[in-house]
Design a protein around this ligand. Structure first.
Ligand SMILES: NC(=O)c1ccc[n+]([C@@H]2O[C@H](COP(=O)([O-])OP(=O)(O)OC[C@H]3O[C@@H](n4cnc5c(N)ncnc54)[C@H](OP(=O)(O)O)[C@@H]3O)[C@@H](O)[C@H]2O)c1
Length: 241
């Protein structure tokens, strides 16, 4: 029977590519999103992948949403914690709201999503948890104290949980994308991109969402059971941790 995969932030950008790639690989996929109904409806129309709206920064919303997905598609075998936001500003200007929004959405969500799912995975002796961190969680980034802290937290979460779940057939891995060609990066001014970002990337281009999706499909496979606690960089050679 097809395994069930849930992708947070699965209707746009990197998440949409992950949802599509998992479907193409034979998974039954559910795509969560936060607020952009128009993008979610468009994605659903194009892919026939069911979409579910809830806020991953809320534990209650995640528990309810997961119950609904499991009732409709079956127990979740593969969880992709992909949803994320930025609220960039220099730390001395950062508000508590900017700090909390980024920490709760990019790091708190890993607890909110994984905690309700983990007991079922343990009972069934199978699970794949793949977290989407960032190069900026590995190396830090000017204007991103909140984001870098959250994304570094995703890496620590991955390693600790991988130890706890290894004997239960559950792998936990984290992918650190570099600059990927999505709306998040398209929002960067063109001259900043061309003068300050592209010259730092040895392959000389942005990564594509499909390149992250390919890495997810690799880690999600039944055959990938010995790959756990890994941090995979997909950054065009920009940073080698
Ligand atoms: N793009 C890059 O270069 C890059 C690099 C490194 C890491 N990343 C990481 O990769 C992940 C995906 O990034 P992206 O560039 O694809 O972002 P994106 O295009 O902005 O898409 C973000 C997705 O996350 C969802 N989302 C945001 N906040 C949410 C919330 N509170 N609850 C539920 N869903 C929420 C969005 O839903 P709506 O559509 O409803 O808004 C959307 O589906 C993020 O974790 C990001 O930090 C990206």
């Amino acid at each position: 029977m097809a395994r069930v995969a849930l992708v947070t932030g699965g209707t746009r950008g990197i998440g949409a590519a992950i949802s599509k790639a998992l479907k193409a690989a034979g998974y039954k996929v559910a795509a969560n999103y936060g607020g952009n109904d128009a993008a979610a409806e468009k994605f659903k129309g194009e892919t026939d992948i069911p979409v579910y709206k809830w806020d991953v920064s809320s534990f209650e919303a995640c528990s309810e949403g997961i119950k609904k997905v499991e009732a409709e598609l079956g127990p979740i075998d593969v969880l992709i914690n992909n949803a994320g936001i930025t609220r960039d500003t220099a730390f001395h200007k950062m508000t508590l709201e900017q700090w909390s929004a980024v920490i709760n959405t990019n790091l708190g969500s890993l607890f909110n999503m994984t905690r309700p799912i983990i007991e079922g995975m343990r009972a069934r002796k199978f699970g794949r948890i793949i977290n989407i961190s960032s190069i900026n969680g590995q190396k830090g980034q000017f204007g991103q104290v909140n984001y870098s802290a959250a994304k570094a937290g995703d890496i620590g979460f991955t390693k600790a949980l991988a130890l706890e779940t290894a004997k239960a057939g559950i792998t936990v891995n984290v992918i650190c994308p570099g600059y990927i060609n999505t709306e998040m990066v398209q929002a960067v001014p063109k001259d900043v991109l061309e003068k300050s970002i592209l010259p730092l990337i040895p392959v000389g281009r942005l990564g594509e969402p499909e390149e992250i999706a390919r890495t997810v499909v690799f880690l999600a496979a039944d055959e990938a059971g010995a790959i756990t606690g890994s941090t995979l960089s997909v950054n065009g050679g920009q940073y080698m941790a």
